[in-house]
Write a protein that binds this ligand. Sequence first.
Ligand code: GLA
Length: 746
Amino acid sequence: MNIVYHEASRTFHLYNSCISYIMTILPNGQMGQLYFGKAVHPREDYSWLLEMVPRSMTSYIFEGERTFSLEHVRQEYGVYGSSDYRMPAVEILQENGSRISDFRYVSHTIQPGKPRLAGLPATYTEQDDEAMTLTLQLQDPVTGVSLSLLYTIFAQGGVLARSACFTNQGQESVHLLKAMSLCLDLPDHDYEWIQFSGAWARERHPRARALEQGIQSVGSMRGHSSHEHNPFLILKRPHADESQGEVLGFSLIYSGNFLAQAEVDTHDTTRVLLGIHPEWFDWKLEPGGSFQTPEAVMVYTDRGMNDLSQTFHRLYRTRLARGFWRDRQRPILINNWESTYFDFTEDKLLALAKTARDAGIELFVLDDGWFGKRCSDHAGLGDWTPNPERLPQGISGLARKIRDLGMDFGLWFEPEMVNKDSDLYRAHPDWILAVPERNQSHGRYQHVLDFSRKEVVDHIYAQMAEILKDGSVSYVKWDMNRSITECWSPALPADRQGEVFHRYILGVYDLYERLTQAFPQVLFESCASGGARFDPGLLYYAPQAWTSDDTDAVERLKIQYGTSYCYPVSSMGAHVSAVPNHQLHRVTPLHTRANVAFFGAFGYELDLNRLSQEELAQIRQQTAFMKQWRGLLQFGTFYRLESPFEGNTAAWMTVREDQAKAIVGWYRVLNTVTPPYTRLRLTGLDPDRLYTVTVREKNRAGRVVGQFYGDELMHAGLVTSDQSSGESLEGGEASCDFDSRLYILE
Ligand code: GLA
């Protein structure tokens, strides 16, 4: 890994063994982009990569010269209005009404490691030799606004982290109307664009299409990253697949409104932009003021999408997530939500906990309904004091009883919200985001607290810290169940209302930071009506997230498969729930529900006391299996093998770092009669190692199917054919709809 500046050619080269990133100072002092891709030889001069030709209807920068137009050179941080007509990375409104800016190179620094971004989640290093950072200092000579562009290259993997920081060194206030985290101009458009989209209960389904001339984009204007679109984008070469070919990934470490966009001009170059959504964004920069954008991470590989995902997994699991739980196996939990909803008493909870303990479950999580007057979703949010009618000895009393059973205790909060029927709202009706004299839209009867105000965050912190301070709560599920409307804060003047969305998220990060610092051993799981804020920003504080409110095993195959393109298995909260499933009313076998959820932060969310002894015995086997294998399941190298979006079967696998062990998950949606022979080609194994393969089918313990070399399993494949034609096996069980198997390789 190195970052080199060549004075003669005014060129920067950031490289490691995987990638090269090359920039140059353009003739007008702005920064130009020359190359991002597979590592190339270090040289002093790459000026051949800077092409300039005269074209009709083009405008030029220099008087009397007809080649240098910003329209036709690839820029590092594009500006609009001075010969570039593409969508810009930055827009600054000045006191005279002009929006032109011209950021020219002034100086640069190269340093080992990576600086932190104040108040924002970001990737980090633990040792200085893990990464190097280049900071380019640019300045607009007219406004005096300076711009620092930060680039961190990591020693490992094709990763580059980027952000921008503006400081107003001029005499007049300006308004930052657009400040993207990343702008990347690519020389062609021969890519497929893949976005991760959905809705409540069907989050992060991959959607692909060819990149075309014009603008394609996804984003969120909901105040959170959203169920609808994830702040993650893949551009892959048309022939690239999971195991080979060039792929680029772009991920924004942010939890609020975002825009991910690709613009292909009519000369087929592509500009990628990623950052805070410019719509409704307006940050006033007074003289001396600064604005730091969130961080964006870009990854390049020529080894296909599994390699891209593994690069993100490694980085986000080990150098974005932090704290006590980062590298620790996650406790098997039981959450009471789908078993009781709001209808519980302490006795009912303890009865559930006792059965859970006997089934091998380690952590009991009390979900919504324990506080204030919260007996339905109409009341109580904002009042984080235990309801004495339900919990006579409070949270600590219940937690003690749970601990006496030998389990840990966890608790649900929704810190950012308030019901109008709450003491908090009655005391502070002006603490919600709302526009005076206008309608106040609700979502699930709740309103959004104005987290742009420190006193609001302080108040919620005090209430939560009061509950957490005696140490009886070892896990917190932090929920967020509505999108923001009427975004306006009485605490800010008119010309700063465009800051509220971002200040809100900074308030969320501040509360997370204070709680995680004060209670470092508490495991935080983020949640937003399932996966509406499953984003890298929150992974910095909470190493796991509730992946989706949809707990149906077949739907979860798709959701977890889609989520795995960017996010590690250890971050995906995944529970076994009741049948008929509460979201879809589908009945799937218990073994399949577990076989899907094992690839995640595993738990249960159903009334165990309504199960048969046989089912409980099966759950005991499942928890024992998970305890034996969770290191590999949660922290192994994850490979997607067969997509649930493409056929009736799906498969994935995880491989231990030393390749000595692996687990394959194989799933079939509908049963088939007299099916063909089938094989599954595995990957990531040691070709020369002899693996003993054990299959776990249905409710039977593992059965050895044979010993095979890694190369046989990878090239000839693992036989997955049914051993019967739909009839009952002699002494065994017939295959069924929604069937699945796990193959253990040792
Ligand atoms: C959201 C969460 C659920 C549950 C409920 C409680 O929907 O996603 O898991 O916690 O809120 O109200």
